[in-house]
Design a binder for this molecule. Structure first.
Ligand SMILES: NC(=O)c1ccc[n+]([C@@H]2O[C@H](COP(=O)([O-])OP(=O)(O)OC[C@H]3O[C@@H](n4cnc5c(N)ncnc54)[C@H](O)[C@@H]3O)[C@@H](O)[C@H]2O)c1
Length: 261
């Protein structure tokens, strides 16, 4: 199914992005990996190409897509995976404007810039697949980071819009919403008090492969996140109460994912 497909991935030097690259390369796809510095080692290992791309810059995203398409051919699958997060600071609006803006640019606009470049060609061809690595925080919330929560909700919403606006024209989208995964983003965090298992990046890549095969929009490497999502919709007050309890526990262990900025 993925033999000779051209797959472009952002934030691909390690973690989830790299694991997704490895999964597609193992399936016979040609991968274009990008990050703030070109992931040369990863690309060499996968027989792919490495590019520089800062997803918060539209010019940089265009440059990545154009160079990858010139070298490999038209992109079939785009994985908008780069992501950043920052802690709240002293209260829910305590983060700096710069940190909110950075989360908005990387977690949301990085996908908008890529879709803007790819969509005309995909609509003409009548096919294309856009994948966004959002987070379970985009369905639920990330305690300790209002900016991560808000921008990941926006990322889920943008993925939904692609499916709604262009699904009938052959352009599909998938939204990956994991809970915690062992990557640089979660390094040094104490997960001993967490209910859910810390997954490996390869588990997330396999969940994406399966979701594409099954044509499922929502990719839930931790299936229980789907249950929490349904509970939130049906019982918002009870859900908020549970999240407050989770925050109280987090304050005791100080195992926040994101540092303040
Ligand atoms: N690790 C988790 O528990 C977890 C859970 C849910 C969702 N996610 C999401 O998964 C995605 C991948 O994160 P990860 O966990 O593999 O962590 P990671 O830190 O290994 O990967 C994030 C990558 O994004 C890159 N990046 C940051 N800013 C960028 C920019 N402006 N332009 C281009 N690249 C940039 C980083 O260099 C890094 O390689 C992120 O979107 C993250 O929010 C992670």
């Amino acid at each position: 199914m993925f033999e000779n497909k051209i797959v472009a991935i952002t934030g691909a030097s390690g973690g989830i992005g790299r694991a997704i690259g490895e999964m597609f390369a193992a399936q016979g796809a040609k991968v274009a990996l990008s990050d703030l510095t070109p992931p040369i080692e990863a690309a060499t290992e996968m027989g792919g190409k490495a590019y520089n791309c800062d997803v918060s810059s539209e010019a940089s995203v265009i440059d990545f897509i154009d160079k990858a398409e010139a070298e490999l051919g038209p992109i079939d699958i785009y994985i908008s995976n780069a992501g950043v997060g920052a802690g709240n600071g002293p209260h829910v609006a305590g983060g700096t404007n710069e940190s909110w803006e950075s989360s908005w640019q990387v977690n949301v606009m990085g996908s908008v810039y890529a879709a803007r470049r790819l969509m005309p060609g995909w609509l003409e061809r009548g096919e294309g697949r856009f994948v966004i690595t959002a987070s379970a925080a985009g369905l639920l919330n990330q305690v300790g980071s209002a900016s991560y929560s808000a921008t990941k909700h926006a990322a889920v919403s943008f993925a939904e819009s692609i499916s709604i606006e262009h699904g009938d024209a052959g352009v599909s989208s998938h939204c990956i919403c994991p809970q915690y995964v062992r990557t640089n983003m979660t390094a040094g965090v104490d997960f001993s008090g967490q209910r859910e298992k810390l997954l490996e990046p390869s588990d997330v890549a396999e969940a994406l492969r399966q979701a594409i095969v099954d044509e499922k929009f929502l990719v839930l490497p931790h299936p229980v996140a789907g249950e929490y999502y349904a509970f939130r919709a049906a019982n918002p007050d009870a859900w908020l109460g549970g999240m407050r309890k989770m925050l109280a526990k987090l304050k005791e262990t100080k195992s926040y994912i994101f540092k303040d900025s």
